[in-house]
Design a protein. Structure first.
Length: 442
């Protein structure tokens, strides 16, 4: 109780600091259970020397420079783990402190007495202990710039929170203190370690010591235009493959953007959550609290200036095949347990048989508006009656429907709508009439 009262008092005074934790999960719906994690997860340590925002900003704002890379990796490749956690260490930093100086001191001390430092290393290890308590799957650990020594320190002295099978260091800052404390002998942690150096000079100075301790893995030198986000994106995409260099070459230099509405070909979206670990006042045991984050608010927090719209995954695939890059949106109009199917009345017919109403997305038009327009055109609904005849269902995400017709995108995003008027009285099958002269049937 004394510890709980001290924590509550520190929080009230605004002097209590703990590492933040944000997760990105690829799924059809927002994950509700905290007890079951997928078989493979990635954990990214974030400790910038110059934070993007103050410690009292939202976690999405503080992590804004890498969140687009995480979303693009989850939506672009089956090799990326379905859940990615980012441990934000910036709240642990004093306002006038240097991340490099603090980590150098903690690493030197840990090498002497094998205890984690109290400022950063131990609080981060405690968060990981609670996050992965009882976890039996595999973990890939990422250390970025100043957090690279922290990743090595946790691997060597504090990785009791799961089975780390792979680690990656992106643009690592490895000082002499880090080399002398962590890289002078073969590491106890038997993991595959990939290193993406910022320059050829860094590689020449440090790679010998790195490979002495961690012989398994690959080392690469990044081109000067590759940002931290791009490096993380390439490293996530290369999980389970051997072509990390090829992934880097394909990454290019264009900035990555976060699209809150994008889904993959299976209809899955990236769901964002903030995790905290608190003491339950009744059981006196630590408990995990997961707070859902709105994807649009996350996108606004990232919002890089002069951002170009992201290229959809399907459009990228279509470009490689030389097909038209038109994006299609459809409407699943429901009434009871029946839906609308549309037929073409043109001569010659634009399509054979019947299909779910769909339309090409117009410039500056939202997907939801395009779906409503497709339903109105197919059901011959006047613009003035759209709000009285059809009801939107914004809480239900769209689903991807394969269409695969020559000259079109390979899928359409189908948005659900509901007929405002109820079906006629009696059995629904009694109203199942087919009229070949009408543009739609139920």
């Amino acid at each position: 109780m004394r510890k709980a009262r001290e924590v509550a008092s520190a929080k009230a005074a605004g002097v209590y600091a703990t590492a933040g934790c944000l997760s990105a999960t690829l799924s059809h719906a927002h994950p509700k259970r905290t007890s079951s994690l997928p078989e493979h997860i990635a954990i990214v340590l974030w400790l910038p020397e110059s934070p993007r925002a103050s410690a009292d900003s939202s976690i999405a704002v503080r992590l804004g420079s890498i969140l687009p890379a995480i979303q693009r990796a989850l939506l672009s490749s089956e090799s990326a783990p379905p859940a990615i956690f980012v441990i934000d260490c910036s709240p642990l930093m004093p306002s006038s402190g240097s991340a490099r100086a603090i980590m150098d001191k903690e690493i030197s001390d840990s090498g002497a007495d094998r205890h984690l430092g109290k400022q950063i290393s131990k609080p981060v290890s405690r968060v990981l202990d609670r996050l992965c308590s009882g976890y039996r799957g595999s973990i890939t650990l990422f250390g970025i710039q100043e957090s690279a020594p922290l990743a090595l320190c946790l691997l060597e002295h504090g990785a009791k929170w799961g089975t780390v099978t792979r680690a990656a260091l992106l643009k690592p800052h490895l000082s002499s203190a880090a080399v002398n404390a962590l890289l002078v002998k073969p590491a106890q942690a038997k993991v595959t370690l990939d290193v993406l150096y910022e320059s050829e000079r860094d590689c020449q100075r440090r790679d010998g010591a790195v490979r002495h301790s961690y012989p398994d893995g690959t080392s690469h030198v990044l081109d000067s235009h590759v940002t931290v986000g791009r490096a993380l994106h390439a490293a996530l995409l290369s999980l389970g493959t051997a072509d990390l260099r090829g992934t880097l070459l394909e990454a290019g230099g264009a900035s990555l953007q976060l699209d809150p509405d994008e889904i993959d070909l299976s209809g899955r979206a990236v769901w964002w959550s903030e995790w905290s670990f608190e003491l339950n006042t009744r059981t006196k045991q630590p408990q995990t609290v997961v707070s859902s984050l709105n994807a649009r608010e996350v996108a606004r927090a990232v919002s890089p200036p002069e951002a170009a719209p992201p290229q959809p995954l399907a459009a990228a695939a279509g470009a490689a095949k030389g097909v038209d890059q038109q994006k299609w949106v459809g409407a699943l109009v429901l009434r009871g347990n029946r839906c609308v199917l549309a037929r073409s009345l043109d001569s010659p017919r634009a399509w054979l048989g019947m299909r779910i109403p769909r339309a090409a997305l117009r410039p500056s038009e939202s997907e939801a508006d395009a779906a409503l327009r497709a339903a109105m055109d197919s059901c011959d609904i006047d613009e003035s009656y759209k709000d009285t005849e059809l009801e939107r269902l914004p809480a239900i995400p769209p689903a991807a429907l394969h269409i695969g017709e020559t000259g079109e995108a390979s899928f359409a995003l189908i948005h659900p709508l509901y007929a405002a008027r109820p079906p006629p009285p009696g059995a629904l099958e009694d109203a199942d009439l087919t009229d070949d002269e009408d543009s739609y049937d139920w």
